[in-house]
Design a protein around this ligand. Sequence first.
Ligand code: GLY
Length: 367
Amino acid sequence: MTSLNFNFGGTDTRVFIQDELPSLSDILPIMGRDKRYHVICDENTKPYADEIGASVPICLSGSGEKEKNWDSIKKILKAACAAELGRDDIFIGIGGGVVSDICAFAASIYMRGARLALVSTTLLGMADAALGGKTGIDLFGIKNLAGTFYPARAVWMPLSTLKTLPPSQFKSGLAEIIKSVILDETIDENTAFEELSKGNAAVRLEKIVLAAVKLKGRIVEADPRETGTERAKLNLGHTFGHALEAAAGLGKITHGEAVAWGIVRACELGLALGITPPERAHAITHLLQNLGYETGAPHPALLSGGSGQPLARKFLNALNSDKKRIAGSLRFIIPAQKGAVIVPVSAEKMPLVQEIALGSLTEFLRI
Ligand code: GLY
């Protein structure tokens, strides 16, 4: 077991990367032994909730992005209220990024903030969502429109749960791992890419999860609320990716698929702006292609069921409403010589962005 401690804007977070699921007798002492708790899971992670010893877990209606809504939050808050939980009692979320986001959001608003523990059971959750305090639900078709910053006090990452992850979910998480490798200036990128290109079976899970957690921990400690320039870099691939997810219909493609596609778009933008060295852009694109991610523009999800025209417009609207917009300019995270840099892109450069993201669909935007 590896244990790490972080402090995110005043909240201490302990992270445990271990082989097996923790039990309630591991979790409760860390969170305050005599406190009462409730466990939140989804239909996929209900067996884990049973395994850790939760008596009556609160199970979301289904699983996946569509659960990130007010109904899920109300269900969790209602159950907490019925169980007469107080602010010192514990919300334990068991699941991937969706469960983490929902459970953490509910914990953050219950009586102005209950104690939060997360057991992250997907690669995406371990590499990104469970750590660093971003919580949220989707509203009005916009991803994470409502949310808070509320770091968990403790996060468990039981690697055994990754062995039974559906391949699409593993691939989704791997995109966040690749993002992390691109951002991490302390590791040898070529060697890491070589290891990752060998595919799931050869990937040393503990090593890649630990590296991603260390990088994310460092970044969020430096900029817990994304007010500076550090944390925003974790959004590499997300400006394009979130717009794709929204245009395709939230939950239609996995988050990691969208991020991988967005990373390639960021490389192309970086190439056009003279920021990303061509050999680096090529290496990143080649790795993602080899691992089976969609790297072309327009993304096929924008072409499904028609000419693509309405989806191209939807994509553009989503891109323009990106939360990371500052003073009228969109901010893109672009791979540079090393790591990545934040580049504001003003309205005059938007045709270039559109061309890179939408390829042949760009012509519809002129109509
Ligand atoms: N997922 C990006 C962040 O936590 O900042």
